[in-house]
Design a protein around this ligand. Structure first.
Ligand code: NAD
Length: 491
């Protein structure tokens, strides 16, 4: 059994409460680690360290190019420890080791994020604006906020952290990280690894704990100047309410209920494989999973049969086994929630074409691909996020109808469109309210390509230029080149 401490000022600390909570391995249900239950006192310590590193320490005053060199080293040390980080991520939340470890290797996307933003540190140039005021220069600068709080979900702990950390640090901020209470361990392991990159103390800090007792005091702390939140829409709403007390900027990457739209001229094999790949891997626990399948009525019968055939072949099992294609649900509460939603959908009368509950075995939290047919868009299953390997299917007749159905949820994270007619696909894409649209593919992402939500899927963007822009604020400076100021009250 491993007991973690929390991380402040490059050192490890016991929580003020002396309390710890369990971390389970979802592949077998065994408790394998103890995680500090941090409270307000620990949050204060972490924020004080981050504040000192920003205002007094070298980070806030460091030249951008020098910050870039540190970020590059961070990417390099992560890639050197890819196996160790991948192993702990798998044990803590059930991600397939064959997916997570390669993503941390040299030149893979997680490491690439540090290298990409390392290069951007010294490329956010200010601007001199043409001025209508004589003898005046008006210039714009980009400035960091100071201490930023990074609040993480459990579904992709290392990936989400890196997507936030690299641009946030590149912008010159210092950070306090609050990982999910369901998957904290890889954040601590990442800090241990990053110590090798030579970051000054206080730049990176991690406090673990629960939303109400660790997350809220962190967001509410007056010295935290900006928040980046990834999680569910309910959690995001609660976090934004706390941030609003001090009119604190917050970016939010929230949930989704993304439609997969199959047009009548779709390449059937491509679309079936693409739809299956867009929902079932990661056990459906991806924010952009395409969980609402909208198929033209002319194809619905054959499409459903072929989807069941493809999904039935998936090998569900131990996430450390290279042969496994679908691992466990990441934790017990969420496993219970997904099972309950499948049962409720069945009771609501939706037709179950493939039942993943048969994949449940041993002590692990396994659920296989699950497919429901004839699910009206107003149904709970189609409206609310299940965040598991569960897809609901509905047939449609007209293009206007499918656009209306696709947009008819509170979410707007992603959408897939399958068609051989690119003009038609683009026409539909223009009408879909979502931050990312995939045409004849799904799930692609790149460091330079911004992702984020429309509607209740959030605001702000991660990745790309926009990803770093969110961690900077604009300052406008007026400089008099021939200062003159007549007495404003002269008689
Ligand atoms: P969650 O909202 O329950 O928790 C997310 C984080 O917020 C956790 O660290 C939690 O402790 C914290 N939190 C909860 N309430 C809080 C509060 N009142 N104040 C401060 N912090 C609080 O989400 P989850 O179940 O961990 O993650 C799954 C969700 O995340 C899914 O809805 C998924 O779609 C979403 N997600 C979105 C993206 C994206 O980029 N849009 C990426 C990954 C996951």
């Amino acid at each position: 059994m491993k007991t973690f401490q929390y991380f402040v000022d490059n050192t490890w600390h016991e929580p003020a409460s002396g309390q710890y909570f369990d971390s389970e391995n979802p592949a077998n249900g065994e408790v394998w680690a103890q995680v500090p239950d941090c409270n307000l006192a620990d949050v204060k310590r972490a924020v004080a360290a981050a504040k000192a590193a920003f205002y007094e320490g070298p980070w806030g005053m460091m030249m951008p190019a020098e910050r870039g060199r540190v970020l590059r080293r961070m990417g390099d040390v992560i890639s050197r420890h890819a196996d160790r980080l991948g192993e702990i991520e798998t044990r803590d939340n059930g991600k397939l080791v064959k997916n997570i470890t390669p993503s941390l290797k040299p030149d893979a996307w997680q490491v690439d994020s540090f290298h990409y933003y390392a290069g951007m540190c010294d490329k956010f140039e200010g601007r001199l604006l043409p001025s209508e005021v004589p003898d005046m220069h008006n210039y714009l600068k980009w400035e960091p906020f100071g201490v930023c709080a990074l609040i993480l979900p459990w579904n992709s702990p290392i990936g989400t952290l890196i997507w936030k950390l690299a641009p946030c640090l590149a912008a010159g901020n210092t950070v306090v990280i609050k990982p999910s209470e369901q998957a904290s361990c890889s954040s601590f392991e990442l800090m241990e690894v990053l110590l090798e990159a030579g970051l000054p103390p206080g730049v990176l800090n991690v406090v673990s704990g629960f939303g109400a007792t660790t997350g809220e005091p962190l967001i509410d702390h007056a010295d935290v100047r900006m928040v980046s939140f990834t999680g569910g829409t309910a959690g995001g709403r609660a976090a934004a309410t706390v941030a609003a007390r001090q009119v604190k900027p917050i970016i939010m990457e929230l949930g989704g209920k993304s439609p997969q739209i199959v047009l009548p001229d779709a390449d059937l094999e491509l679309a079936v494989n693409g739809v299956a790949a867009g929902i079932f891997p990661a056990t459906g626990q991806s924010c952009i999973s395409g969980s609402r399948l909208l198929v033209h009525r002319s194809l619905i019968g054959e499409f459903s049969e072929r989807l069941v055939e493809v999904a039935s072949k998936a090998r569900v099992g131990d996430p450390t086994d290279p042969a496994t294609q679908i691992g466990p649900i990441a934790n017990r509460p969420h496993y219970d929630s997904v099972l309950a939603r499948i049962t409720a959908a069945e009771k609501a009368g939706h037709q179950l074409l493939l039942d993943g509950r048969s994949a449940c075995r041993g002590q692990g939290y396994y659920i296989g691909p699950t497919i429901f047919a004839n699910v009206p868009n107003a149904a709970d299953l189609a409206q609310n996020e299940t965040f598991g390997p569960v897809v609901s299917t509905e047939a449609w007749d007209h293009e206007e109808e499918v656009i209306r159905i696709a947009n008819d949820t509170p979410y707007g994270l992603a959408a897939g469109i399958w068609s051989r007619d690119v003009t038609r696909a683009m026409r539909v894409a223009d009408r879909i309210e979502a931050g990312t649209i995939y045409i004849n593919n799904y799930f692609n992402a790149a460091t330079q390509s911004p992702v984020g939500g429309f509607k209740q899927s959030g605001y702000g963007r991660e990745n790309g230029f926009e990803g770093m822009r969110c961690y900077l604020q604009t300052k406008s400076v007026w400089l008099a080149t021939k200062p003159t100021q007549p007495d404003p009250f002269a008689a």
